[in-house]
Design a protein around this ligand. Sequence first.
Ligand SMILES: [Zn+2]
Length: 226
Amino acid sequence: MIRRTASPIVTPMITARQALDRLREGNERFVTGVRSMDMLASQTRRNELATSQAPFAIILGCSDSRVPAEIVFDQGLGDLFVIRVAGNIVASSQIGSVEFAAERFGTPLVVVLGHSLCGAVQATLEELIRPKEQQSPNLRSIVDRIRPSVETLLATELRHDPVALVRHAVRGNVRVSANHLRNGSRILEHLIQREGLLVVGAEYSLETGAVDFFDGVPDAWRLAAV
Ligand SMILES: [Zn+2]
């Protein structure tokens, strides 16, 4: 359980495990085409939320138009603190955003949310196989952050299987981002060690709509969820 350190309280903060369960349940609703009444009712709380917020999860996801966190987890206004960037990479501004929400609101769970067939990951693989001479330096800054997690895969037999290569590269990139958040910030390290903050990695399937939390979830929780 993490205590909120500032800001008025909207609702009591939940634990990381409760937050993960809430995301899982929301994603199950999304997959089965059901919308939560709580999610719809949250829109009537707009005035209340104008002066305070208590998001129960922080989502660092890809900018892809098909993976909006609030929709795929069936959550409403004030529920999620969302950071989106192509390829769900972690640079200083993403770490700062996560620090801000985790400290300010006491949010107990961070999810790095990648997705199948991620265009940023595919672009990185293409760039490694056939480097382009002219690439925007801004785009390159994204590719360069994805590169280390996919480069090693190209040295394996996976290079002969483009579909499996992208699948592994997406997950590798999520793992790298999650590890970067776990180890790249004194503030986050402190919250993880002392306050129960949990950073997990997940992959959203464009095909099924399901989210698989495959990285950083304690084994005991995993078994309980089956
Ligand atoms: Zn993507």
